[in-house]
Design a protein around this ligand. Sequence first.
Ligand code: UD2
Length: 341
Amino acid sequence: MKHLQNVYTFILVLACLSIIGLIYFGYTSNSISTRNKEERSCFKPQKEHQLQSPHGLSYNQPSAVGPDGKVVPLAPWLAPIVQEGTFDPILIDSIYKQQNITIATTVFAVGKYTRFLKDFLESAEQNYFVGFRVHYYVFTDHPEQVPAVKLSEEHHLTVLTVPSSNRWQDISLSRMARLEKLIESRLFNEADYIFSLDVDSKFYGRWGVETLSPLVGVIHAWFYGEPRNKFTYERRPESQAFIPSNEGDYYYGGAVIGGLVKNVYRLVKTCREQLDIDASKSIEAVWQEESHLNKYFLYNKPSKLLSPEYLWDDTKSKPDQIKIIRFSQVIKNYKEIRPNP
Ligand code: UD2
């Protein structure tokens, strides 16, 4: 009898241990598989930063100007419109200082446009990403005319020789293809951000890290108060740059294109492809690559917009609502400066 009791106790203990074991292993194997899932999800490929919107979407034109006549601080897809008063230079500099970034800056000075380089570079050295690493890439057909401007310690300059051209339109148009090649061959390795800027311009005020974002466009000084049907978009449907009169957010200046190298690469490659299609049909968009840029920005929204403070025009007087002019096109005699009328 006692022997039988011992057997029962033994079986009971064994059963209890099996149940405890099952619960334990069930729990741990469960948590291991959950953890594996979590670990796997860490390796999910990150999406590229893109703010795409569909063609033909019907919505009201966003106003760049508020009822007080001042430029508004946000686009309706919640991208900031950078302007005086929207950022603290001390704070924003200190944040970006931690990031050890390089800003590639491309500028084309072909034919007589080399004369603009001195003022452009000297004024940039006073105002442009002061205290941050900048690498200028100057595309020119006259390398000997690139002035020896004293650069600050963290600023560098590379001269890249390109052929001359008899048509100013070709010089302007070819920028997309040249940027595409430069990014492929060097900038993916050499820079974090890139700005492409017009050389016939001068800096008058700070241009710093407040302008950095994945994709950056500038609102053109001549159009920021205009209705979209007045924008000088390409209106011929035969062109790849075509925008219908009931579409459009802002008119962006071709003088400033910026962002992360990867995002700008996608932009210049797309625009170059569109330009090639136009060229194969012998169509040249009304404002050359600026028209294609506007088309791109309409359906691929910039993550940050620069107010016209960042692209003014010396021929245009400053209204009170614009607090400061930071970068502006200098006055030039088109007839004298361009290779063709
Ligand atoms: C507008 C745009 C410009 C471009 C052009 C397209 C603004 C303020 N400007 O300016 O960015 O989209 O329309 O037609 O948004 N260049 C030379 N040599 C030449 C001609 C041009 O190097 O002989 C280069 C130079 O870097 C110049 C740029 O191309 O800054 C644009 O040419 P532009 O300034 O003559 O064009 P513009 O004033 O019509």
